[in-house]
Design a protein around this ligand. Sequence first.
Ligand code: URA
Length: 207
Amino acid sequence: MPPQPPVPERGPATPASLRPLYEVPAGCVSLYEEIADCPACILARTRSRTVPGSGPAPCDLMFIGEAPGQREDELGLPFVGRSGQFLDELLASVGRSRADVYVTNVVKCRPPANRDPNPEEIAECADYLERQIALVAPRVIATLGRFSMARWFPGERISQIHGRAVQRDGRWIVPMYHPAAALRDGSLRAVMKQDFAQLPALLAEAV
Ligand code: URA
């Protein structure tokens, strides 16, 4: 496995706005170190760096995407490419920002050429995600796209169930489209905004 390059948090390539996202919550230090050294699947051979997650832990609101893309692989942070810009816009629409939500992915390493993560890769990374959920202890989890949705809604179709929150294990789980889907199909932008609009009420509601 090639050694992981140093985190570029202070390098010229990292926009100042992203630097706070490199802060590792105290409870996550050993987990992030474990992820950084993870040799478990073939993605370890091609990644530039692992992308464990960003944001505080514990945190009331958690988002789970699919897998890092090119920009995420370069910077070691989730959702810092075009999808991330739209995610930021959606967060702002409900009065939240990246600094006060926890964001991660189903797999922590970039699949080559941005292909979908395969079942073996998802299975190898599943324990990291479970431990993150335990550490973050969110009141609400929003799944972004079909891979994270499958953890709670196997066999369901996003077009049928997006925005419909369900209670599981003492928290709300809300399936949402992936922001990249809205970049491909502009009509989904409004749909995603509507789905996000219910987050404040869910956060305020006892489960
Ligand atoms: N898409 C994802 O699912 N996750 C990222 O971190 C970036 C793009």
